[in-house]
Design a protein. Structure first.
Length: 325
């Protein structure tokens, strides 16, 4: 059984990953400053003898070196996420993401501890070459558009992870996540699915930003953590960039309609201009769908959970009061 460190371990994905690893008999240390994570996400794990929670950020944790040294591998999930955060606090977003990743990688270099970095489909930017493959060009907008700062910071994170592998022999794996959804995800920072479900349950209008024709591929968090737990053990994944996502596309308007059907809500769909929802000159991505042939070849796994099933679980968790924000 292995000892894993998860940065961002009290977050949405981190808490599900902790559950998965503990169920497999591993030991987990979750490091999180609770800036976007929550104690509620891990409350059911705190009495588990093989689970330890350290409340601190990656950048402020004096014991980071010790935590990494005692781990067999590190899942580096900690990052500033969400479009609202990116627009409101671009300096913090850039610093947290780049400096935090470098801090983890430097700590890992001491013992060549394996690090799996979670990046994002945002790095593909405005590319129109969908489905996106890992070796495709990355096409970002101008630096005058603040929304691209998040993608740029995660691109640097990826460069850092691969550079530490090539230069210092730190075994790193880079994963690009495509719109992971499930219970415990909050809509507070702009995530569309929990925001829609909560609006529907409150009989509020479902606010679709833009014209609603932009498409996304939504992946259940359980499918994502299945991939993560497999990739951390696969030597052939080291030094690779790997897409994790579902190949089924749906427009945001269709998503809103699906949420209304699942919840039985009579809420209306309201279209909100990007300038009102975000900022003047905001640029969105028309399509975001992955090529997942690499992760399927490495792990033998494809997504198993459909969108309707995930939406129903989110509905139930919100009704049970398990998600705040």
């Amino acid at each position: 059984m292995a000892n894993y460190l998860i940065t961002g371990g009290a977050g949405f994905i981190g808490s599900h990953l902790s559950e998965k690893l503990l169920a497999a008999g591993h030991t987990v240390t979750a490091l999180d400053d609770l800036s976007s994570g929550s104690r509620l996400n891990i409350a059911h794990l705190l009495d588990e003898s093989r689970f330890r929670f350290v409340e601190s950020s990656v950048l402020q944790c004096a014991a980071l070196g010790e935590l990494v040294a005692s781990a067999d591998a590190v899942f580096h999930l900690a990052a500033t996420v969400g479009v609202f955060n990116i627009i409101r606090s671009p300096v913090e977003t850039i610093g947290n993401n780049i400096d935090g990743t470098q801090a983890v990688l430097r700590a890992a270099a001491a013992n060549k501890t394996k690090v799996l970095l979670t990046s994002t489909s945002e790095v593909y930017g405005k590319s129109e070459h969908a489905p996106f493959a890992e070796d495709d060009d990355l096409v970002l907008g101008p630096t005058s558009k603040g929304r691209w700062s998040y993608a740029a910071s995660k691109i640097i994170d990826e460069f850092l992870a691969l550079a530490f592998w090539r230069e210092f022999g730190v075994p790193t794996v880079v994963t690009r996540l495509f719109n992971t959804i499930g219970p415990r995800q909050t809509g507070e920072y702009g995530m569309v699915v929990p925001r829609f479900v909560k609006q529907a349950l409150r009989s509020q209008p479902l606010q679709v930003f833009g014209n609603g024709q932009q498409s996304r591929s939504f992946t259940d968090v359980n499918d994502v953590v299945e991939w993560l737990t497999r990739l951390i053990t696969i030597d052939a994944a080291v030094g690779q960039v790997i897409n994790l996502g579902n190949i089924v596309e749906i427009s945001i308007t269709e998503l809103a309609q699906r949420v209304l059907a699942i919840t039985g809500s009579r809420s209306e769909i309201e279209y909100v201009p990007y300038t009102q929802a975000y900022e003047h000159g905001f640029e969105d991505i028309a399509r975001r769908v992955p090529d997942i042939s690499k992760v399927v070849a490495l792990t033998g796994c494809r997504p198993q959970i459909g969108l309707d099933e995930t939406l129903e679980r989110i509905r139930q968790s919100l009704l049970a009061g398990q998600v705040a924000g």
